[in-house]
Design a protein around this ligand. Structure first.
Ligand code: AMP
Length: 394
């Protein structure tokens, strides 16, 4: 019987998909429809032999883009659909079978993620039309962080803002932090205390103790925390009023600059792409050097702060496009934590790239471990989908 899960990550103009078989050694079919809803929409992906394809889908909406995705599943019919839903608010502490009540709760939370949750729901509606008889499961980016204690999730704001408007820290990248910390436990043979650093285009850190998130760098929105590709991360909360009063900037402009014009791109004045920044810094580009310096220092600072949440530190885990592939960033982050007693094996650090999993510390028994663990958000969403359906049918 086919027991693949079709994982869907539906944004306002893109749909990422992966057909994840139950057996880890079976090939996945994966790809993405981009620029959905526009005249230059297209679908790209890879087949079961790893061959890549690209196909124009002019004017395709979400439903037509999904139909095109189905045509590339090589006749394989999934047993269930697992949806990545960005914001579950305080409603969801784990994955949920999608029914009318769950859809309504996701809609209610849309005020907290106006760019993401409505687009996620469009994906749910489109797959519901195409697969009316298949179970659909919502897996939330925020759910893993619902174990944060109040001292970590509350802002020092008037209580009514929390009570009446749900303003608090939620955290994101939950499936990634959950996956890599669980993997670090398995690889280390302990239920550990880990600091996990998900460093991709979006970046966040997390403190995980015995499988539970105790604190994380992102907050009410995915803008809080460390420096990211185009997002500023933490700034003085007085900045918005200053830009508005002194420069006459609108809220929309401030939001746009902090989300799309800041971070590595803003600091370097060059690009949000770490590979390009490393090359430019090597050629003496001052902005690129500064961007990498600020990026690495702020990650170290965030990890040091989050270590306060852990009763014991067993190690640090690097993941995400940058965390998995940049020995330079890992080395600079570790160099900024001299008092943590970390040892870096330079050869292992240089060699652990391009999807390799491994330890990059010197192996000293008293020193915290340093792991590089490629994340697998699709695999985790498929696993949570499968687990929920098993619980329901048990
Ligand atoms: P993600 O969002 O997880 O796909 O990560 C994207 C980021 O990973 C971009 O900043 C890329 O430049 C970065 N990245 C990918 N490969 C490398 C590499 N070999 N060296 C440095 N950064 C990389």
């Amino acid at each position: 019987m086919e027991s693949s899960v079709l994982v869907i990550n539906c944004g306002s103009s893109s749909i990422k998909y992966a057909l994840v078989p139950a057996a880890a050694d079976q090939p996945r079919l994966a790809g993405a429809a981009e620029r959905v809803g526009s005249s230059d929409a297209y679908l790209k992906g890879s087949d079961s032999h790893g061959e890549r394809f690209e196909k124009a889908l002019p004017g395709a909406d979400h439903t037509r883009a999904l139909e095109a995705i189905l045509a590339h599943l090589e006749g394989r019919r999934p047993a269930a659909i697992g949806h990545r839903i960005v914001h579950g608010g305080e409603h969801f502490t784990k994955a949920a079978l999608i029914d009318d009540a769950v859809k309504a709760a996701i809609e209610t939370t849309a005020a907290l993620a106006p760019l993401h949750n409505p687009a996620n729901l469009e994906g749910v509606a489109a797959t519901g039309k195409l697969f009316p008889d298949l179970p659909q499961v919502a897996v939330f980016d925020t759910a893993f962080h619902q174990s944060l204690p109040p001292r970590a999730f509350r802002y020092a704001l008037p209580e009514a803002l929390y009570r009446d408007h749900a303003i608090r820290r939620y955290g994101f990248h939950g499936t990634s932090h959950a996956y890599v910390s669980e993997r670090a436990d398995a690889l280390s043979g302990i239920q550990g205390g880990w600091l996990t650093a998900h460093l991709g285009n979006g970046c966040s850190t997390c403190a995980v103790w015995e499988g539970h998130s105790l604190d994380t760098s992102m907050g009410l929105t995915p803008l809080e925390g460390v420096v990211m590709g185009t997002r500023s991360g933490d700034v003085d909360p007085g900045l918005h009023a200053h830009l508005s009063r002194q420069l006459g900037w609108s809220l929309e402009r401030i939001d746009d600059v902090l989300n799309r014009g800041s971070g590595l791109l803003g600091l370097s004045g060059l690009t949000n792409d770490m590979r390009e920044l490393e090359n430019a810094a090597g050629e003496g580009h001052e902005g690129a050097r500064l961007a990498i310096d600020v990026f690495c220092y702020r990650i170290a600072k965030s990890l040091a702060a989050l270590s306060c949440a852990l009763p014991r530190l067993d190690g640090i885990v690097f993941t995400g496009g940058i965390g998995e592939n940049s020995p330079l960033v890992r080395e600079k982050v570790i160099a900024n934590l001299p008092h943590f007693g970390l040892g870096l094996d330079r050869i292992a650090n240089a060699e652990t790239v391009r999807g390799r999993e491994g330890r990059i510390d010197g192996g000293h028994p008293a020193a915290p471990r340093l792991w590089v663990i490629p994340t697998d958000e699709e695999g985790r969403i498929a696993a949570e989908t499968r687990q929920l359906l098993e619980e329901i049918t048990a």
